[in-house]
Design a protein around this ligand. Structure first.
Ligand SMILES: NC(=O)c1ccc[n+]([C@@H]2O[C@H](COP(=O)([O-])OP(=O)(O)OC[C@H]3O[C@@H](n4cnc5c(N)ncnc54)[C@H](OP(=O)(O)O)[C@@H]3O)[C@@H](O)[C@H]2O)c1
Length: 324
């Protein structure tokens, strides 16, 4: 009798596990391979042109997201630190509704940032994309924490964490503004984190600031939905794996920045509908991060992350040797 009960319990647990996997697999397929034909319509304003503010938008993933957003009929404000780069990025988009903001994410003072946000306060900003981030340090970017200078340690915090927190703080009132928004119209914040947020060796500061980005996004999302005055603002962390970009020239065979930009824009509505707080818009990254987060034991995650980073270290050693 006791063994019969045990068998029934185990069968129940097994069936629940199978159902869970089936549910996850169906959600994976539906989310990744059934995308809306007109994404982001919830974030359009009927009272005039709608704009997205995108940081780090003169190249790479930022510019690609801008391009994909422009295709949906939005205007864009491209924020970057080099005026010439920004001007040529703006020209490449070629819509009537492009503005640029020259701000250095690593060094901007609170006053400079306030002035920059004030300069765009005449626009209907309904989307903020906190994309700027990277490796503000001398090459090679993959090396032990002990070899970084104090300024390099701070540089990661300044560019990858402090800037997006300060900017979001200043832009939130624009996203909530009642004067430009009908009750049913929504706003959106995207925070570009990274699969590296799990904590990677030899890129400790990068992965730690990307974990900040992720936690900032989770906390803010929970906070915004609790208050009727801000519940219309959707907030999502975006977790890319490898993407070929200006910064990541070693990502051979990976999805390109332009492809990734389209995946991001196509993947927002589905993620919001499912009440996700983090989105991995490209299916390959979703599979990878799903394994890292939920399946692999720590020993395997450690092994694979070390192997991956060791390989990149070797490539960087070769680049550094050529430069000498
Ligand atoms: N590529 C990947 O594999 C990957 C993977 C995971 C996460 N991510 C994340 O995705 C985001 C974009 O990465 P990406 O690969 O597209 O980088 P990217 O190709 O280097 O592009 C970065 C953009 O930020 C701008 N920028 C650099 N320093 C700046 C500063 N101090 N102030 C303002 N703008 C600045 C750059 O402008 P200039 O060209 O004028 O310098 C460029 O427009 C980052 O947050 C990164 O961590 C990337």
């Amino acid at each position: 009798m006791a063994s019969g009960t045990l068998v029934t319990c185990l069968a129940g647990v097994g069936a629940a596990a199978v159902l869970r996997v089936l549910y996850w697999a169906s959600q994976f397929v539906l989310y990744h391979f059934w995308r809306p034909s007109k994404p982001l319509t919830a974030y359009k304003r009927t009272s005039g042109d709608s704009y997205a503010l995108i940081t780090g938008a003169s190249a790479g993933i930022g510019l690609a997201i801008a391009r994909a957003i422009v295709r949906q009929g939005f205007g864009v404000v491209l924020l970057g630190h080099l005026p010439d780069e920004l001007a040529s990025a703006a020209k490449s988009l070629n819509p009537p509704l492009v503005r640029t903001l020259v701000v250095n994410a690593s060094t901007a003072t609170p006053e400079e940032l306030s002035a920059a946000v004030e300069a765009i306060s005449d626009l209907n900003i309904s989307i903020l994309v906190n994309n700027v981030g990277g490796f503000p340090m001398a090459d090679p970017p993959i090396r032990p924490l002990s070899t970084l200078s104090t300024a390099e340690v701070d540089g990661f915090v300044d560019m990858n964490a402090r800037f997006m927190a300060r900017l979001t703080n200043l832009v939130l009132p624009l996203l909530s503004s009642k004067s430009t928004r009908q009750n049913h119209e929504r706003s959106l914040i995207l925070n570009v984190s990274s699969a590296g947020r799990v904590g990677m060796p030899w890129i400790v500061m990068y992965s730690a600031t990307k974990a900040f980005n992720y936690a900032f996004s989770m906390g803010l999302s929970r906070e915004l939905e609790d208050d009727p005055a801000t519940a219309h603002i959707d907030c999502l962390a975006v977790a890319p794996g490898e993407v070929q970009s200006q910064a990541n020239v070693m990502a051979e065979g990976a999805v390109t920045a332009d492809e990734f930009g389209s995946y991001v824009v196509g993947g927002i509505d589905g993620a919001v509908k499912r009440k996700w707080r983090e989105v991995r818009p490209y299916w390959g990254h979703d599979l990878q991060l799903g394994l890292m987060d939920r399946v692999l034991p720590d020993s395997m995650l450690t092994h694979f992350s070390r192997e991956e980073l060791r390989e990149k270290k070797v490539m960087w050693d070769a680049i550094m040797a050529k430069r000498r």
